[in-house]
Design a protein around this ligand. Structure first.
Ligand SMILES: Nc1ncnc2c1ncn2[C@@H]1O[C@H](COP(=O)(O)OP(=O)(O)OP(=O)(O)O)[C@@H](O)[C@H]1O
Ligand SMILES: [Mg+2]
Length: 479
């Protein structure tokens, strides 16, 4: 990249003017100033590619100016001009980051040649930075399979939004990759060197969540024996990922809004507000719009969070991703050296199955199949029960499975969900918390769905649900 602008700093006004004129004559944007403080002002106003400065000047000298320039605008190259007598100091200047030095008097040619070299170096430097960035981006996005057009769109949004520093709300059904993308956003952002803290708002009891997020002072409540900082403080300079944001109680929603708007929070039991510099990413699989009309999710917070919403489509809406995902997970789970073989019927079933648990379910299915098939040939019998049942229920050649007579007429996905839930409950002996974990949904969502489908947990102590439950935004009846 060629040099465009050069700032000349010399207390010998005449010399500075001559250089200015001859550099302008060669097509550069050049400007002469006569002391270091004028140079600093000029550097505040604009980014100069090169600063050509005299070493000895009254007031701030060239070395001090060099330090200031490097601190403020490290991409600016500095060239020292000096009389022969102080060449040693010029060498010192190079140690401190000057690009090169010129011994006065010098022919203008020498300066022009030096500028040419600087231009080349800058070009290389920029090319390197670009390559490094590209390589980093590839590594960050390498483990994210996105063959389909809708996922390509999502990745484009992720790349753009990562750079911006904006608050992002990731939405999508369970298992669609919200967390994976949240991590990618952090790692592609300018905060990548800073911390990334994930907080699952659904997993922390309401009474503790405020203190977990914002910290507390000693004696703030029984049990607060010591002052503790919260997750926001821990994420200072980095990113906080608020997973399952819909589970955040309204009292805390206000406090989150404050931190989003003013970067300010107060620890529990404290009176002094504190500042943090944290980027917020949030995720949910809940219908926030509906929660808003019910009054369980604040409208102002909703708008503040969804400045940039990213909607991750469910796997059934992007079947083109399935083959690549199968391959991806085979590579991850297959024992080295023995590439597994999927029997055609098994492969076909993987392609046709509607994947209500999305990528997480597919990932689990492949792992399951490889274990059952002992890493060699995978037959239909090695696939998880949910898939086999779905396959058996389906009419010959059709994609719509029949459902058991006990269930009222429901669509494909509902039938799928029902059998997945029943299977999970059977595996966990009716323990809803564990079943929910197995399915990759929250216990509340599981409870909601069990109620909806009239599924009993098979355990007396575990099937009562407290509050009215929010609805899944993307469940079939809302489509
Ligand atoms: N595009 C993808 N490519 C490869 N693996 C993926 C992709 N998306 C998700 N996964 C994998 O699927 C699993 C589920 O992803 P993730 O945890 O990000 O989903 P989620 O949307 O956060 O789900 P939940 O709402 O249940 O928390 C993870 O193991 C993740 O590595
Ligand atoms: Mg998640």
């Amino acid at each position: 990249m060629a040099i465009e602008s050069i700032l000349i700093v010399d207390d010998e006004e005449k010399l500075a003017k001559i250089l200015e004129r001859s550099l302008r004559g060669e097509g550069f944007e050049a400007r002469a100033v006569f002391d270091a403080s004028a140079a600093l002002t000029a550097l505040e106003d604009a980014a100069w590619d090169v600063v050509l400065t005299d070493l000895k000047m009254p007031g701030m000298d060239g070395l001090d100016l060099l330090a200031r320039v490097k601190a403020r605008r490290p991409e600016t190259d500095v060239v020292m001009m000096t009389a022969y007598a102080s060449a040693e100091t010029a060498v010192e200047a190079m140690k401190r980051g000057a690009y090169d030095y010129l011994i006065k008097p010098f022919p203008v040619d020498e300066l022009t040649m030096l500028l040419g070299r600087i231009g080349e170096t800058r070009g290389l430097r920029q090319e390197n930075a670009r390559l490094r960035e590209e390589a980093e981006e590839r590594v960050k996005l390498d483990n994210i399979v996105a063959r389909s057009a809708p996922m390509q769109d999502v990745l484009t949004q992720v790349r753009k939004v990562a750079k911006s520093g904006a608050t992002v709300l990731l939405r999508g059904e369970s298992g669609t990759g919200k967390e994976v993308l949240a991590r990618a956003i952090h790692h592609l952002s300018a905060r990548r060197e800073g911390p990334l803290i994930r907080v699952n708002c659904g997993a922390i009891p309401e009474t503790l969540l405020e203190s977990e997020l914002f910290g507390h002072v000693k004696g703030a409540f029984t049990g607060a024996v010591e002052t503790r900082e919260g997750h926001f403080k821990a994420a200072d300079g980095g990113t906080i990922f608020l997973d399952e944001i819909a589970e955040m109680p309204p009292s805390l929603q206000v406090k989150l809004l404050r931190i989003l708007q003013e970067g300010e929070y107060t620890r529990v039991g404290d009176s002094r507000p504190r500042q943090v510099d944290v980027r917020v990413l949030a995720a949910t699989n809940q219908n926030l719009e509906e929660m808003m009309t019910k009054g369980t999710f604040r409208q102002d917070l909703y708008y503040r969070l969804s400045v940039v919403p990213i909607l991750i489509p469910p796997l059934r809406e992007r079947p083109e991703d399935i083959p690549a995902l199968i391959e991806h997970f085979e590579r991850r789970f297959a024992p080295k050296g023995t590439p597994p073989v999927l029997a055609p019927e098994a492969y076909d079933l993987l392609l046709r199955y509607p994947w209500p648990g999305n990528i997480r379910e597919l990932e689990n299915a492949i792992e399951h199949a490889l274990v059952m098939g002992e890493g060699a040939r995978v037959e239909i019998t090695h696939l998880p029960l949910a898939l086999r049942q779905w396959a058996q229920g389906g009419p010959p050649g059709g994609a719509t499975p029949a459902i058991s007579a006990a269930q009222p007429s429901a669509g494909t996905l509902e039938a799928m969900e029902i059998s997945a839930i029943q299977e999970a409950l059977a595996k966990t002996g009716g323990n809803q918390t564990r079943a929910a974990r197995l399915l990759g949904i929250t216990r509340r969502t599981l409870g909601y769905r069990m109620k909806k489908y009239g599924i009993a947990s098979g355990r007396e102590d575990d099937d009562e649900l407290a509050s009215p439950l929010p609805q899944d935004p993307l469940s079939p009846e809302n489509d």
